[in-house]
Design a protein around this ligand. Structure first.
Ligand code: FEC
Length: 306
């Protein structure tokens, strides 16, 4: 039976002209008010234009394909984006049309939520044909390789950050309504944070959400800006932020952390540093290759059957 890997990521608009269509897709087809579109375009401009996310995802896919080949696994790696072309459903449709028997799917976000990995699964299922075994990894938040990689990156940032900073782990917020369905997202984020903190041997750390949407509903908190204010009040002198929910340099890192959160820290006289993002670093690609290779070698766990 022939097998492929489907690597899925959020996607970014290639040009500023594409921002309205992108934003409309993120909102499930409902066009955002012009004021929100203008605000988003301003954020892209502030980081130098559309981000490199699509390029980074493609580089991660190429490197993953090579890393698998080095392990003797000659498996093509396809890319599908959630909000830009090639969309996930189209990628699955092409895979199915090619007569592939099984596709192992990995979302480039380690934590499961109804508003994150579950949505990727829904998009992928929509493109599936009955003959294709679509085997999507639901979560990799406590993969030992991921924890070791994150711990290395945190150690590196702490060594260069100067005097004994407080560590703030972050991830994208989601609407608080997910909790009613028993969403595992907060617990998975806590688990990753605890394991990384334990491995690095730090005691002073906090988890905060970032990038809550511009909608009326309640979003999970605390927000990183509130946490920064609280840490300053408690007498901390500086922070190192590690965005454990993201694996690439994109808008939510380059704007929400490097511009917005840094400004919040500076207003409180806190020093601000951030860990480097994984992108296509060979050590990170080795983590992905290990996760995918063990899934290719195994039957899917019952919990992941869709
Ligand atoms: O670099 C880039 O251009 C893309 C950056 C980007 C990433 C990302 C990741 C996640 N999101 C998640 C959930 C939501 C929910 C809504 C929402 C809205 C936006 C908007 C932009 C955006 N997201 Fe995103 N997200 C990125 C970009 N996201 C732009 C729209 C404007 C704004 O609110 O800033 C709200 C949808 C709605 O209005 O109904 C919910 C989650 C992740 C992390 C997992 C992942 O990477 O898939 C969860 C990267």
């Amino acid at each position: 039976m022939s097998e492929v890997v489907l690597l899925m990521a959020y996607g970014t608009p290639e040009r500023l002209e594409d921002v309205p269509a992108y934003y409309t897709h993120i909102r499930g087809g409902s066009a955002p008010p012009p004021v929100l579109v203008a605000d988003l375009i301003d954020r892209y401009r502030a980081v130098g234009g559309p981000t490199a996310l699509n390029r980074i995802t493609r580089a991660q896919a190429r490197s993953l394909e090579r890393a698998l080949a080095e392990r003797g696994l000659r498996v093509p790696v396809h890319v599908g984006f959630k909000h830009v072309a090639p969309f996930i459903g189209e990628a699955v449709g092409r895979i199915a049309a090619g007569g592939v028997g099984r596709a192992v799917g990995l979302v480039l976000a380690p934590h499961y939520s109804l508003r994150s990995i579950a949505e990727y699964i829904t998009y992928a299922e929509a493109g599936r044909s009955p003959d294709l075994d679509l085997d999507i990894i639901r979560s990799w938040h406590d993969d030992p390789g991921l924890i070791a990689f994150l711990a290395d990156r945190l150690g590196e940032a702490l060594r260069t950050a100067g005097s004994d900073p407080h560590v703030v782990f972050t991830a994208h917020s989601v609407p608080a309504s997910v909790l009613a369905g028993g969403d595992p997202y907060p617990d998975e984020l806590a688990r990753t944070s605890e394991r990384v903190a334990e491995r690095v041997g730090i005691r002073r750390w906090t988890f905060a959400y970032q990038s809550a949407g511009r909608t009326r509903e309640a979003w999970l908190g605390p927000d990183i800006r509130e946490v920064i204010d609280a840490l300053a009040r408690e007498g901390e002198k500086g922070i190192v932020v590690q965005p454990i929910g993201f694996v690439a340099d994109h808008l939510e890192v380059l704007y929400d952390l490097d511009i917005e959160a840094r400004a919040a820290a500076e207003r409180c006289d806190l020093s601000f540093a951030r860990t480097r993002m994984p992108n296509a670093d060979p050590a990170f690609i080795a983590v992905l290759a290990e996760i995918v290779a063990s899934r290719l070698a195994a039957d899917r766990p019952p919990a992941d059957r869709t």
